[in-house]
Design a protein around this ligand. Structure first.
Ligand code: SF4
Length: 324
């Protein structure tokens, strides 16, 4: 029997290269070796989202990208978190055994408090508890994560251990599976690629839009003139080349250091590599975009399959706690 893996993403709408290289490619490849569950975590989004008017559109656009990238609803369960309400029930039960001190020390909570001091809601503190419920409701054993998510997963493991200690072995402790490209920087070359920061390249852009976007990227600040020698090791364009044409990186580094290639040509080359890589994705996406009911059906089917597992887990949880 295959081991089960769970992963979720907030409904951020159209996905970007950071999502693709950091998570999506990995999710697609996991389908051959694991029993995969992929979830649009719309309830998590409410911890930071005050305007929910774009939520349904964002879910639709994101799932469109997932399917075009190769997530296969016949192999994986794809669903929306709030469509399986058992997760909120498990979240409540886990919140009773999770010491508040564990949650208050989570670095991302402290960051969020700084970022949105006007909206420090209960959900922000309880975020890791809901995340734990997401994973263990389906008894997932493996969670594909980036390095920045490791502390959250460790907390999920602690909460799981505490539940098992108090009420008997119920859940497997979820383990991390690190992605091979843990951190993709955005066009500013400083921060993680993010739609919110506006430093992203959307997968669904046209080829011309992709070229224009790549041209905006920050490169080596020491190269002010075409003849200035460059420092590829500090340039994010060089790093991005590594994801798309790793075999050419040594040549490119030498050409950059001797100013044989200028930044404009180097960027054009990268945009071409991105467009070549995404051509079939974009064709599949265009075809799926014409079938909105298909996306709804995929998510409804995913939710009903996820719910079968969730209901069974909740019966066991309640029996072990003594609620049944
Ligand atoms: Fe970066 Fe390429 Fe310019 Fe070198 S030539 S600094 S690698 S963009």
């Amino acid at each position: 029997m295959k081991r089960r893996t769970f992963s979720g993403a907030r409904p951020t709408g159209r996905q970007h290269l950071g999502n693709y290289l950091g998570a999506l490619q990995n999710w697609v490849s996991l389908q051959s070796g694991y029993d995969c569950i992929y979830c649009v975590v719309d309830i998590h989004a409410l911890t930071t989202l005050e305007d929910t008017s774009g939520l349904q559109k964002n879910i639709h656009e994101m799932v469109l990208d997932w399917l075009a990238a190769g997530l296969d609803p016949k192999k994986s369960i794809l669903f929306v978190q709030s469509h399986v309400p058992e997760v909120t029930e498990l979240h409540t039960l886990l919140s009773m055994i999770t010491p508040l001190s564990w949650l208050l020390r989570v670095p991302t909570f402290k960051e969020k408090v700084k970022l949105q001091p006007q909206n420090v809601n209960y959900g922000l503190v309880g975020y890791p508890v809901l995340m734990t419920a997401d994973i263990i409701l389906y008894k997932a054993e493996v969670v594909p994560v980036g390095e920045d998510q490791l502390p959250h997963l460790e907390l999920a493991r602690e909460i799981t251990r505490r539940f098992n200690y108090l009420f008997g072995d119920t859940f497997p402790e979820p383990g991390a599976k690190l992605t091979s490209f843990p951190l993709v920087l955005g066009l500013d070359g400083k921060e993680k690629m993010s739609k919110q920061l506006g430093n992203d390249i959307e997968l669904a852009l046209s080829e011309e839009e992709t070229v224009a976007r790549v041209m905006e990227a920050v490169t080596d600040p020491a190269r002010r003139y075409r003849d200035d020698p460059g420092h590829p090791e500090i340039c994010n364009i060089f790093r991005l080349h590594g994801y798309f044409s790793p075999l050419q990186q040594d040549d490119l580094a030498a050409q950059c250091r001797t100013a044989e290639i200028g930044c404009v040509d180097c960027k054009k080359l990268l945009a071409q590599e991105i467009n070549d890589t995404l051509r079939s994705f974009r064709e599949r996406r265009a075809a799926l975009a014409g079938k909105p009911k298909y996306i709804t059906d995929v998510l409804a089917d995913g939710a009903s399959r996820a719910r079968v597992i969730a209901r069974e887990t909740m019966r066991e949880v309640k029996r072990n706690i003594g609620l049944l």
